[in-house]
Design a protein around this ligand. Structure first.
Ligand SMILES: [Zn+2]
Length: 225
């Protein structure tokens, strides 16, 4: 759903969502480009549809990227360019919340950059980053890569680093995190900002501990512990 302002970053579970993932030519959202985009649509916790396409990035894919995602130049030469793939993705996601791993600092930057370039608009869908939820729900872990979370929850990791496989893995992880968010142990340490939907975190101030919005300084909500 395109609009003029980015949707809210929600730090909570929702039962209707689209989990998505990109494979790219590298890690820079300034210079790199998308080579695959995949998504899985979930309503009421049930998978109802999926979307996946390779993308012709109109540049050579660096070998170090191909070694990670196993996507090579000859595989994408007849694939649609990203303007077409992203338009199809926009139709697929409707107005649903987007879910993904590390999307706040990675995948969202790519799709917003390119939507703006193609159409002068950006995606207005709310979005949920499973990396943020995992850090809150599983403070005992030392690594938070998607494969680490899958291993923790004993979810199969076959085909990791291809976009649709990662979506499938992350869909299962998100459902488990949704369960974890209901547990009393996690609830004690996790609160959601009533103003913006991001997490509240415990902070120490001049007058003792308080709950402050993790969206600070964009959101300045606080409450007493
Ligand atoms: Zn807030």
């Amino acid at each position: 759903m395109l609009g003029n302002t980015q949707g809210r970053k929600l730090d909570r579970y929702v039962p209707d969502y689209v989990v998505f993932d990109l494979e790219t030519t590298g890690v820079s959202y300034m210079t790199d480009r998308v080579v695959e985009i995949s998504a899985i649509k979930v309503r009421g916790k049930k998978i109802v549809d999926e979307f996946s396409t390779l993308v012709n990035p109109e540049m050579k894919i660096p070998l170090r990227a191909s070694k990670v995602n196993h996507i090579y130049d000859d595989m994408v030469k007849d694939a649609p360019v990203f303007e077409k793939a992203l338009a199809d993705f926009d139709v697929f996601i409707e107005d649903m919340a987007l879910v993904g791993h590390n999307i706040h600092t990675f995948d969202m930057k790519f799709i917003q950059r390119d939507a703006k370039m193609y159409w002068g608009k950006i995606f207005a869908n709310d979005y949920i980053d499973t990396l943020v939820l995992a850090r809150q729900c599983l403070p005992q872990l030392s690594n938070y890569k998607l494969t680490d979370l899958a291993a923790h929850y004993r979810i199969a990791v076959d085909g990791a680093h291809r976009a649709l496989a990662d979506c499938g893995m992350n869909q299962k992880v998100f459902e488990r995190l949704g369960e974890a968010l209901k547990s009393p142990a996690v609830k004690k340490n996790v609160k959601t900002c009533p103003r913006c939907g991001q997490m509240l975190v415990r902070r120490k101030g001049k007058f003792g501990e308080f709950w402050g919005c993790s969206g600070y300084p964009g959101c300045r909500y606080t409450e007493n512990v």
